[in-house]
Design a protein around this ligand. Structure first.
Ligand code: GDP
Ligand code: MG
Length: 708
């Protein structure tokens, strides 16, 4: 008699992979029996163990996340608990994944069965930085908690002690652990009333049956139909309750009930689980991400951030830009004052200093832009931006990862084209390469800054430039879609990318990243651009017209004052330029560009030079206009441009610079990366045609609207 009183049946429940079988083995050793649950092919494992005066039978239940009737495993687990009434249920919890695991726990408690929580994997939880207040958590959850490490047998004896204690105590059971809110609780009580004296259902806790009915559990409905006297009334009552609740919550009650359980769990964890730094960062990241990668807010936040970056770049960039301008103006004057009149002076002052100075002046803008991009990258936001963009990229038929090369394209097309290597799919890759020149690169920025600064007030200049970036993106989207559809059709690969936790970037990291890119720009300024400036100076200086010089020399001699001298010198320079090589090429281009409002030969010449590199458009304009004037800095250039262009034409000019031919270096890289001349030539062709068409639409549209 005494012996039989000391028999206990323990059921082990738990999520798959929580370590249930490991704990089962640690509890029972080799004394096991394997069979099947009646009627189903689910394995039923039983083991035996003596503990103190107790003879224990341990049953390993199938691993489940929940106790709904969605799968055979869940049904077997819950029917075992309901039908065989084990003395204690031990839930093996993966403590490193607590919130998800406790969802099952809340449901076991509603079955009104004594429960012990084995916080298994406590070693993993510990190394991830979780700190549990066991006492507090145990009080909140209404069940004793024992930390265990299954495969090392740690905590197994404590677990057995807790089991025996729970089995022999008269502690009331926490069946109302989760409170589902006034409306649902009212329905649970009403249904509970119907269920009260149903003999056929008396092994089920009425509260649990009521909840299951509200959840629409088919198996319970069937049980009620078969076993309840007032089955019709109960089922009709449940149906009506579901209808009422659905009107209140929109979501079906099953969803609201599940949310309430998770709400309870996260509240309990909030109070009793602390997370040390490493995990806190992940946890914080998750929280930030609920906002930053939100379905509705993600994209607007991204656009606002980008807009802020541009505003910041141009506002903070203005003062140092002024200093650099002043410096090169001074240098140019110094050289002009020291050196004798002639080719060397002209080459130095008008070719080299004006050319390189005209590029260096934009270094502050470019460094600030890259600083902002480095911040977004180092903080972990850029990966989110790719994630947010994946939805959009897929609409164009591109991969979310394509977004990264395209983003780099805002800095420079060359690394952008190289970054497409991370795309596995060749079609994704070629299309990304083809549209990347439409991302407005850093070299185009000087052109925008010069022109929008000259033609639009400081209040709108930033917005004008922003609109160009947007235009580039829109065109990239359209062309990407077109290319993906007709040029390179086929499926693209799905998005898989780890999101790193957010972290505060270090100043050192930011500076290094900013400098690496700034240096890349500088090297270009120092080498290609310098070379191009000299070539352009030569193209615009030769062939020289001696007779023209002679004519003007006598007129300058006879000039009345300084002002007239300057005027005559300017006129001479204009005429010389017009007759130079560059002038002739520019005039040829001007014919083609007339319909788009850019029929001015200097602009044609500058655009021609821009094929070398987009920023050369600025240095060429500087050289072309400064040849007739004493100083070659931007302020003077802006004034000169105002004589040849209107705001509408200036805007079309910028649009053209945005879209037309990728620079020589980009073309070379595209050739290298695609290993064929087909794609770089295609890129040159399509961008030039597109530039002309878009410019035409904007210019003629502007004329029609009376903006000319
Ligand atoms: P079940 O699916 O719940 O039966 O999980 P298993 O018992 O098969 O365990 C899954 C894996 O987790 C196995 O590789 C175990 O060795 C491992 N494991 C079990 N308990 C622990 C533990 O407490 N700590 C650690 N680190 N690993 C464990
Ligand atoms: Mg197992």
């Amino acid at each position: 008699m005494v012996v039989s009183q000391n028999r206990l049946t323990i059921a082990l429940a738990g999520n798959p992979n929580s370590g249930k079988t490991t704990v089962f083995n640690a509890l029972t050793g080799a004394r096991q029996h394997v069979g099947n649950y009646p009627g189903v092919t689910v394995e039923r494992k039983e083991g035996y163990r003596r503990f103190g005066d107790y003879q224990l039978t341990v049953v390993d239940l199938p691993g489940t996340y929940s106790l709904t009737a969605h799968s055979v495993d869940e049904l077997v687990a819950r029917n075992f608990i309901v039908d065989e009434r084990p003395d204690v249920v031990v839930q093996v919890v993966d403590a490193s994944n607590l919130e998800r695991n406790l969802y099952l726990g809340t449901q076991i408690m509603e079955l009104k069965v004594p429960l012990v929580l084995a916080f298994n994997m406590s070693d993993v939880a510990d190394s991830r930085g979780y700190r549990f207040d066991y006492e507090r958590l145990s009080a909140l959850l209404g069940a004793p908690i024992v930390p265990t490490v299954g495969h090392k047998g740690v905590g197994i004896d404590d677990l057995l002690r807790a089991v025996v204690e729970v089995a022999s105590s008269e502690r009331p059971l926490h069946e109302e652990l989760v409170h589902y809110g006034r409306d649902i609780e009212a329905e649970i009580n009403r249904l509970g009333g119907f269920l009260e004296d149903e003999q056929g259902l008396d092994k089920y806790p009425p509260r649990w049956v009521a909840i299951k009915l509200l959840e629409g559990d088919e198996e319970i409905r069937e049980k009620v139909r078969r076993s309840a006297v007032k089955a019709d009334r109960i089922l009709a009552g449940a149906q009506a309750a579901i209808g009422r609740l659905q009107k209140l919550y929109v979501d079906p009650p099953a969803v609201v009930i599940a949310e309430a359980r998770y709400g309870f769990i996260s509240g309990a964890c909030e109070e009793a689980v602390r997370i040390s730094t490493v995990e806190a960062r992940h946890d914080m990241s998750d929280r930030i991400d609920t906002v930053l990668t939100n379905r509705a807010l993600g994209l607007p936040i991204f656009l606002v951030l980008m807009w802020l970056v541009f505003q910041l770049t141009f506002t903070l960039g203005a003062p140092p830009m002024g200093w650099i301008e002043a410096f090169f103006g001074w240098l140019s004057e110094l050289v002009a004052g020291v050196l004798p009149e002639g080719y060397v002076r002209s080459l130095l002052a008008d070719g080299i200093i004006a050319g390189v100075g005209g590029v260096l002046v934009f270094l502050p803008n470019i460094l600030l832009l890259f600083l902002a991009i480095a911040f977004l990258e180092d903080s972990g936001y850029m990966a989110r931006a790719a994630f947010i963009m994946d939805r959009i990229m897929h609409k164009i038929g591109l991969h979310g990862k394509s977004f990264i090369p395209l983003l780099i394209g805002f800095g420079c097309t060359i690394p952008a084209v190289m970054a497409t290597r991370m795309l596995e799919n060749r079609r994704d890759r070629i299309v990304t390469i083809l549209v990347s020149p439409l991302m407005s690169c850093g070299a185009r920025l000087p052109v925008y800054v010069l022109l929008s600064g000259a033609f639009f007030g400081p209040a709108v200049a930033g917005n004008v430039i922003f609109s160009l970036y947007i235009l580039g993106i829109v065109l990239a989207v359209l062309m990407g879609k077109l290319f993906r559809r007709y040029l390179l059709p086929g499926p693209s690969t799905p998005f898989v990318m780890e999101l790193p936790p957010y972290r505060l970037p270090t100043a050192r990291g930011l500076l290094i990243h900013m400098w690496q890119r700034g240096w890349f720009y500088l090297k270009k300024a120092g080498t290609i651009i310098l070379a191009m400036s000299v070539v352009m100076w030569a193209l615009s200086t030769f062939p020289r017209r001696k007779e023209l010089e002679g004519q003007y020399a006598s007129r300058i001699e006879a000039a009345a004052d300084e002002e007239e001298v300057a005027h005559l010198e300017g006129e001479l320079a204009q005429k010389q330029l017009e007759l130079s090589f560059a002038g002739r090429i520019g005039k040829g281009l001007a014919h083609v560009l007339k319909p788009v409002g850019l029929g001015e030969w200097k602009i044609g010449t500058a655009l021609f030079a821009g094929f070398g590199a987009k920023e050369i458009v600025v240095s060429t304009l500087g050289t072309l206009y400064s040849l007739g004037e004493s100083e070659g800095e931007s302020e003077a250039l802006r004034g000169a441009l105002k004589e040849d262009l209107s705001p509408l034409k200036a805007y079309v000019f910028m649009v053209f610079v945005l879209i037309y031919v990728p620079c020589v270096a980009s073309v070379a890289v595209i050739k290298r990366e695609t290993n064929s001349w087909r794609w770089p030539l295609f890129a040159i062709g399509y961008t030039t045609v597109l530039a002309w068409v878009v410019s035409l639409v904007i210019y003629q549209g502007g004329v029609l609207l009376g903006l000319a």
